[in-house]
Design a protein around this ligand. Structure first.
Ligand SMILES: Cc1cc2nc3c(=O)[nH]c(=O)nc-3n(C[C@H](O)[C@H](O)[C@H](O)COP(=O)(O)OP(=O)(O)OC[C@H]3O[C@@H](n4cnc5c(N)ncnc54)[C@H](O)[C@@H]3O)c2cc1C
Ligand SMILES: *[C@@H]1O[C@H](CO)[C@@H](O)[C@H](O)[C@H]1NC(C)=O
Ligand SMILES: *[C@@H]1O[C@H](CO)[C@@H](O)[C@H](O)[C@H]1NC(C)=O
Length: 501
């Protein structure tokens, strides 16, 4: 220590100083709490274990089911994906998890898409590739091609995060994370609606209304007024090669929980409180007490680091922060209600203005922003377990359909949508933020060592976004614990990585 201190005062040889510090690293934290066992919390557990090593105790609190918004729903003995369902082929964290956990990907059934405006179909895909191309060109000129290029460019920038994270770089706010990926473009996307941004970029009004808006309505239940960042994530959801996890996406969460060797505590965290404790040396240390209601009663445990992996919005987590100055605010902005209804039955194509028998048996219907519509989308789905007997959504006449709507469907509405049906199940979610640019993102650092993974949802909510934020928080908490400032909020990281090689 003496040599190190001497160098410190002289502040002479930075490299030597680093070597000294490396010889006498601060002890790792002894306990870390994570609140929420969705993909955000479980992937955080996984990355924290990688960063802090095998001795730290990691406790994961979960009040409902492991998986959170990744959950299946059972109907007639089969399971269907009721929450987060599709994953983009370039979502590298999700891809790596599935591989490392020994799970397998499943490709969803190919759907013929129609876009309904409340009176008629404004666009209908056909089974013939060439016909589709001609239709697209005829109706929208080069807009489809340009959209593809626009999404491609966004993805290229987004992919930079994986390189930063591989080299241990972290960010202390979601804005700086976005800025490191896509510069001012990305942060400006939080301030404008996707419609405005695309209109400015020269996309036609018709294309935005008939193609872009329906994509927003199916993915986030909100139209073209959502921020451009989440808008572009949503557009990437129209790419080909989307996939899900065989057996259910939530298997990733249970797998990560197991692989991270953390303790699952079933219970509701009610509050987090700051506590100061004396040390033997005469100094004091600040710890966080996590209070939870568990099956076996109230529990109060002290932690070095606390990670919140659940939205702190009203009706979602109800965690109080006690004894903090300045106080830690919870957030009041609302989440969007989304009802996923599964129906085993025969679709009433005439409801969609298509005379029976409808010439194109569409298997996915998206909608434009028409206030008279009570559904946002409807699409044929397959169970999460492949049966091996071909695509069940095609082989039987009666398909299972998944409808997204803001409100539960009434019996009358079901009778309009279906000629007949024999099974219905539904699940109501507070699904994702209600976006309204300019977007003010919540902080990642809520207090010295309390971190908030769900901050990123206000840029865009998706499984991969939670995983990206979880890895960022694991790196950030590690670097802050060990005082590794050169890996936090750096500019020109790509240049730095090159010089590190
Ligand atoms: C209908 C729907 C469709 C979607 N479609 C897609 C899609 O196709 N692709 C995609 O990528 N994303 C999709 N998403 C979004 C995606 O599901 C979410 O972004 C992601 O699952 C969020 O994960 P998370 O871990 O951050 O949060 P959550 O999954 O919400 O996890 C938070 C967990 O914390 C727990 N919790 C909360 N408060 C407390 C407390 N006080 N004490 C203890 N535990 C607590 C909750 O019970 C929950 O399990 C969809 C979401 C919905 C609802
Ligand atoms: C976005 O808007 C906020 C105010 O809401 C402003 O402070 C910020 O500079 C804007 N960002 C960009 C990149 O335009
Ligand atoms: C089907 O849709 C048409 C047109 O909206 C409607 O008149 C009819 O009642 C619906 N239901 C059935 C069972 O045909």
């Amino acid at each position: 220590m003496g040599v190190c201190a001497g160098l410190l005062y002289a502040a002479l040889f930075l490299a030597t100083l680093r070597a000294c510090l490396a010889e006498e690293p601060r002890n790792p934290p002894s306990k870390i709490a994570i609140v929420g066992a969705g993909i955000g919390g479980t992937s955080a557990a996984y990355f924290l274990r990688q960063k802090f090593g095998k001795n730290v105790q990691i406790d994961l609190y979960e009040k409902e089911e492991v998986g959170g918004r990744l959950a299946t729903l059972e109907m007639e003995g089969k399971l269907y994906e009721a929450g987060g369902s599709v994953i983009h082929p370039m979502n590298l964290h999700m891809k790596t998890f599935v591989k490392e956990l020994g799970l397998s990907p499943r490709s969803p059934s190919d759907n013929l898409v129609g876009i309904y405006n409340g009176e008629q179909f404004v666009f209908q895909e056909s089974e013939w590739f060439l016909i589709n191309i001609i239709k697209m060109l005829w109706q929208y000129g080069l807009n489809f091609l340009r959209m593809h290029m626009w999404v491609e460019d966004m993805l290229d920038k987004f992919m930079r995060i994986y390189r930063y994270q591989t080299y241990d770089y972290s960010f202390s706010s979601t804005e700086s994370l976005l800025h490191a990926m896509g510069g001012r473009d990305f942060t400006a996307y939080l301030n404008t609606t996707i419609s405005e941004t695309l209109e400015k970029a020269g996309f036609s009004h018709r294309f935005i209304e008939e193609i872009v808006t329906p994509a927003m309505r199916v993915n986030y239940l909100q139209g073209g007024k959502i921020n451009s960042f989440v808008g572009s994530v949503s557009l990437a959801g129209t790419d080909s090669g989307l996939w899900s996890v065989e057996g259910g996406n939530s298997l990733v969460c249970t797998g990560l929980l197991y692989a991270s060797n953390s303790n699952l505590i079933r219970g509701t965290v009610t509050s987090v409180q700051q506590k100061t404790r004396p040390l033997k040396s005469g100094d004091t240390v600040t710890l966080y007490e996590v209070n939870a209601e568990t099956e076996s009663g109230s529990q109060h445990v002290l932690y070095d680091i606390v990670i919140i992996a659940a939205p702190l919005n009203k009706g979602l987590s109800s965690i109080k922060f006690l004894n903090f100055d300045p106080p830690i605010k919870t957030f009041t902005r609302p989440y969007q209600q989304t009802v996923a209804t599964f129906i085993h039955g025969q679709l009433n194509y005439s409801f969609f203005g298509c005379p029976e028998p409808c010439p194109n048996e569409l298997s996915a219907i998206l909608t434009t922003d028409n206030p008279s519509l009570f559904i946002n989308s409807i699409g044929a789905v397959s169970p999460v377990k492949s049966t091996g007997g071909g695509d069940p959504s095609k082989s039987t006449d009666l398909k299972v359909w998944k409808v997204f709507s803001p409100e539960p469907l009434s019996k009358d509405q079901l009778h309009l949508l279906f000629k007949s049906y024999h099974a219905v199940r539904s699940k109501t979610w507070l699904a994702y933020p209600r976006y309204s640019p300019p977007e003010k993102l919540p902080p990642i650092i809520l207090h010295d060592r309390i971190y908030y993974i769900s901050s990123i949802e206000w840029a865009a909510s998706a499984m991969e976004m939670s995983a990206v934020s979880a890895k960022n928080v694991a790196l950030l908490s590690h670097h802050q614990w060990h005082g590794i400032d050169e890996k936090v909020d750096q500019e020109n990281i790509l240049e730095k990585i090159k010089s590190e090689l």
